[in-house]
Write a protein that binds this ligand. Structure first.
Ligand code: NAP
Length: 339
């Protein structure tokens, strides 16, 4: 079909992935350019967040969020511009953030989305999907609620150069912790140490002996493990935790592409001996604290105490590949697509 200015592009989900997602799981389609009715707004997509949890929605399985339906557009957190409004609550030119379809343009009732309140013009729009979006909120709230960092403690973070991990590690530093990051390349580790103030790092892909490296880089043991990856790295770290350690179960990306739950070591003996605690976290349980958290994160950014990375792919067509790249470690910080 010829692409004309009047046709709207859409990305639909056409095949459930087996293992790692591939381009064949997605299909580009065209539909009529949307026309809005009274009470609606027309939204133009500006930035699309691609996130590991979307992989969970691609499975036909019960979860905290319903699975994507086949042959329907995918949905993720998006920043869009209001380009036409027949709804008194919205004006042309305003920016909104919400769970929206992977479409260039879409009509919307205006319910369940939020206007972006941009308080600092020096902070780019994209940051509202990253450090000032669910990513930053997750790092801040998971560490506060479960990690409970104290001065002098050792915080070990996996997925440390990613969106959540890089913020969690820096917040650990702001709380006076020794912070060690686990990530998938020397470049990422050097960046965390040189630019983000981490004390040390471990490249889990090249390490010949993770136990030795954790012992060397966490000489006083691990008081808090902020876990974004799960799997074998979690099993290894557990053998280095201190008494009353806190394990923040933020995510387990190493398992997301597995077709069955991987078997690992039995951890109950360690939990009991160390009187340690591991708790699952969902940022959506803490919406009442979002305002306070964003205020704190913004303040740290303005004071130059908190840095953030973004990996921005350009163009609507790059959305599926940007999502796939997360599982290949191609991003540093928040992976986004700018349209
Ligand atoms: P991200 O860390 O920016 O991106 C994923 C990173 O994970 C990749 O860059 C890659 O970096 C690493 N990775 C990929 N496959 C891996 C594997 N098999 N083993 C180890 N590392 C692997 O993603 P994010 O958005 O910040 O999310 C991080 C974690 O937090 C995810 O598990 C996500 O599901 C979770 N999360 C939870 C919540 C919540 O409310 N609980 C909210 C947001 C995110 P390397 O180069 O280091 O391999």
């Amino acid at each position: 079909m010829m692409i004309t200015m009047e046709m709207n592009r859409v990305i639909t989900f056409v095949k459930r992935p087996i293992g790692k997602p591939e381009k064949e799981n997605f299909e580009f389609k065209e539909e009529e350019y949307p026309r809005i009715k009274n009470g609606e707004i027309l939204l133009k997509t500006k930035y699309v967040s691609v996130d590991p949890y979307l992989r969970g929605r691609m499975k036909d399985a019960d979860s905290f969020i319903e699975p994507f339906k086949l042959n329907e557009p995918l949905i993720s957190m998006i920043i869009a511009e209001v380009v036409e409004s027949k709804n008194d609550d919205y004006k042309n030119g305003e920016y909104i953030r919400g769970m929206l379809s992977w479409k260039q343009f879409q009509s919307h009732s205006g319910d369940g989305i939020n206007k972006l309140m941009i308080t600092d013009k020096d902070i780019p729009l994209s940051a509202y999907l990253g450090v000032l979006g669910l990513t930053g909120l997750t790092a801040y709230l998971a560490l506060k609620k479960i990690g409970t960092p104290k001065k002098g403690e050792t915080l070990l973070v996996s997925g440390a150069a990613g969106a959540v991990g890089s913020i969690a590690g820096q917040i650990g530093k702001l709380n006076g912790c020794r912070v060690v990051g686990i990530a998938g390349s020397d470049e990422k580790i050097n960046h965390l140490i040189q630019d983000f103030g981490f004390d040390a790092g471990i490249n889990y892909k090249s390490s010949k002996d993770m136990h030795r490296e954790i012992s060397e880089k966490c000489p006083n043991g691990v008081d808090i493990y902020f876990d974004n990856v799960g799997g074998e790295i979690l099993d290894t770290v557990m053998q280095h935790i201190n008494e009353f350690a806190r394990i923040v179960n933020c995510g387990a990306i190493s398992n997301y592409n597995k077709e069955s739950v991987p078997k690992g070591m039995r951890l109950e003996g360690i939990f009991n001996e160390k009187r340690a605690k591991m708790q699952g976290f969902s940022v959506l349980d803490h919406t009442d604290e979002f305002t306070e958290a964003v205020e704190q994160l913004s303040e740290w950014i303005q004071e130059n105490k908190l840095q953030y990375d973004e990996t921005i792919r350009k163009g609507f067509d790059t959305i599926p590949s940007a999502f796939i790249e997360i599982f290949e470690g191609k991003n540093t910080g928040k992976m986004l697509v700018e349209i």
